[in-house]
Design a protein around this ligand. Structure first.
Ligand code: SF4
Length: 59
């Protein structure tokens, strides 16, 4: 599985970090970054579907 955040469209709302802090972190640049590619407790496709600007891709 490959998880990416499109930094050109992310608005830094923090929703992904709230939904799955194991994978997503908001950094000082105000954007979400991917820490690790997998999570045992959250459905990353579900998290991606919640991003308001569809910046998260799970392939
Ligand atoms: S949910 Fe989407 S817009 Fe919000 S911080 Fe995460 S990647 Fe960025």
């Amino acid at each position: 599985m490959k998880v990416t955040v499109d930094e050109t469209t992310c608005i830094g709302c923090g929703l992904c970090e709230q939904a799955c802090p194991e994978v997503f972190v908001l950094k000082d640049d105000g954007l979400a970054h991917v820490k690790t590619q997998s999570c045992d407790t959250h459905d990353l496709k579900e998290v991606a579907s919640q991003c308001p600007v569809e910046s998260i891709k799970v392939e």
